[in-house]
Design a protein around this ligand. Structure first.
Ligand SMILES: Cc1cc2nc3c(=O)[nH]c(=O)nc-3n(C[C@H](O)[C@H](O)[C@H](O)COP(=O)(O)OP(=O)(O)OC[C@H]3O[C@@H](n4cnc5c(N)ncnc54)[C@H](O)[C@@H]3O)c2cc1C
Length: 407
């Protein structure tokens, strides 16, 4: 969906292959000097009031204050923690793969009574990317070359002599969400917390934003800056976001069904989405740009993503998001310089005096009243909006960034 008129610097969808995303993220993890133990699996866990013990497949174990299960839809950590994963079984399954082929396939997309199928050229010379919808929902076991061959023959009458797969994977429209994102010292993020059909490309972004929402909260709790109750805001904020993704992907799966009545519905929805207001609303939802955490009544910015404004400071121009690179909160004062005193939080919160002359525009909401000051959380969401009277500021600082440091 078109988001080119959205008030964001990145008003487009970015198509990056998963292996590239993984390389970028792994590079960042490496920069942060976080070790990744490749080839070792978590086989079990036990938690008590003070720690989590994690058993590993090499016979060793790890001990931690907290454990975050980011181990995908079949999450062992979720199961071991006893967290329910209610939802809906799959109604359709597809195989995707990168393979070599002895014969030239029918390039492009084909739609038939089973669903959607496609062949495209991979950038790695000579290889072919395949998508094929299976006749019946496939098993939950790892798919094989034989499964792919059978699915292709069912649709195209031939498997085009496929061989030498780089990878084969099966995805479905199974739709489930963890009943709780936290059980004491165990938390869930990403597909471990929610699975749904890939339509609309929302899975990874929802998972990454889970992690961004949780990361700074967990760091503050582990560093004893904030009480453990801060972790409860993780479920409160992120569970509704994924619930909405589950709902819209279920709707999209139905719209893709090969049935003439559904086709009529698809045309009707397309027509609706060609109108500005519905398009903006749905595009904002699917891009995650409209997320609004319930932080109470107040200015429209409260609980919403801070826009990446071009500020002017005494030291020159500055983009708001640059301030977030250190993952530290920011009190942004757009009024008289020096108007705020947050000394008891100065060890945790950056205080910036700046000017901004442009309009304040938010996705779907449009222009909003220019605030005098905003408190921005490390995940880029606005925790407080106010002015030099500082009404409510100390409460917001305490809620989100821990009690004041004694003088
Ligand atoms: C066809 C398809 C297209 C998609 N397109 C998009 C898209 O365009 N945009 C988008 O945002 N999302 C998309 N998604 C969704 C996206 O791929 C997932 O949401 C995302 O990969 C989930 O990331 P994750 O890290 O939570 O889980 P996973 O990617 O499943 O990673 C889990 C990791 O945990 C490891 N693991 C599992 N069990 C253990 C264990 N016991 N011990 C140790 N490690 C373990 C696994 O090896 C794996 O490395 C798509 C999905 C599919 C299937």
């Amino acid at each position: 969906m078109d988001i080119s008129d959205f008030p964001t610097r990145h008003n487009y969808g970015l198509g990056l292959w998963q292996n590239q995303i993984e390389r970028i993220l792994a590079g960042w993890v490496h920069e942060l000097r976080v070790p990744i133990y490749y080839g070792i699996e978590v086989t079990g866990l036990a938690q008590d009031d003070t720690r989590v013990d994690v058993q590993l497949s090499d016979g060793q174990s790890l001990r931690a204050d907290y454990l975050v299960g980011c181990d995908g839809g079949r999450s062992l950590i979720r199961k071991a923690a006893g967290i329910e994963f209610p939802g809906w079984d799959p109604t359709t399954s597809s195989l995707i793969a990168e393979v070599e082929m002895a014969e030239e396939p029918e390039w492009g997309i084909r739609r038939d009574a089973f669903g959607l199928h496609a062949f495209s050229r991979s950038e790695e010379g000579g290889r072919v990317r395949v998508l094929v919808t299976e006749q019946h929902v496939g098993p939950t076991t790892e798919p094989t070359l034989r499964d792919l061959s059978e699915a292709l023959i069912a649709v195209y009458g031939t498997d085009y002599g496929i061989h030498s797969p780089t990878w084969i994977s099966r995805f479905t429209d199974m739709t489930r969400q963890a009943a709780a994102y936290r059980d004491r010292r165990v938390l869930l993020a990403g597909d471990a917390a929610h699975v749904h059909a890939p339509d609309g490309g929302q899975g990874l972004q929802t998972g990454v934003q889970d992690a961004v929402n949780l990361g700074w909260k967990l760091a503050q709790v582990v560093n004893r800056t904030s009480p453990e109750s801060l972790l409860d805001t993780y479920h409160a904020e992120r569970h509704p976001v994924a619930a909405r993704v589950l709902r819209n992907t279920m709707a999209q799966t139905v719209l893709l069904r090969p049935d003439e009545r559904i086709e009529a519905l698809r045309d009707t929805v397309s027509e609706l989405l060609s109108m500005d207001e519905p398009r903006k609303r749905f595009a904002a939802m699917m891009s995650g740009l409209d997320i609004h955490y319930d932080l109470g009544e107040g200015h429209p910015l409260l609980g919403r993503r801070m826009p990446d404004l071009d500020l002017v400071t005494a030291n020159g121009p500055l983009r708001v998001f640059t301030l977030l690179h250190d993952a530290r909160p920011v009190l942004l004062n757009l009024d008289e310089p020096g108007g705020f005193d947050i000394t008891p939080w100065a060890d945790r919160v950056q205080s910036i005096d700046a000017k901004y002359v442009g309009t304040w525009e938010l996705p779907t909401l449009g222009a909003v009243t220019a605030p005098t000051a905003v408190l921005i959380r490390p995940d880029g969401y606005v925790a407080w909006v106010g002015d030099l009277t500082q009404l409510g500021l100390h409460d917001a600082l305490t809620t989100w960034f821990g009690p004041p440091t004694a003088a």
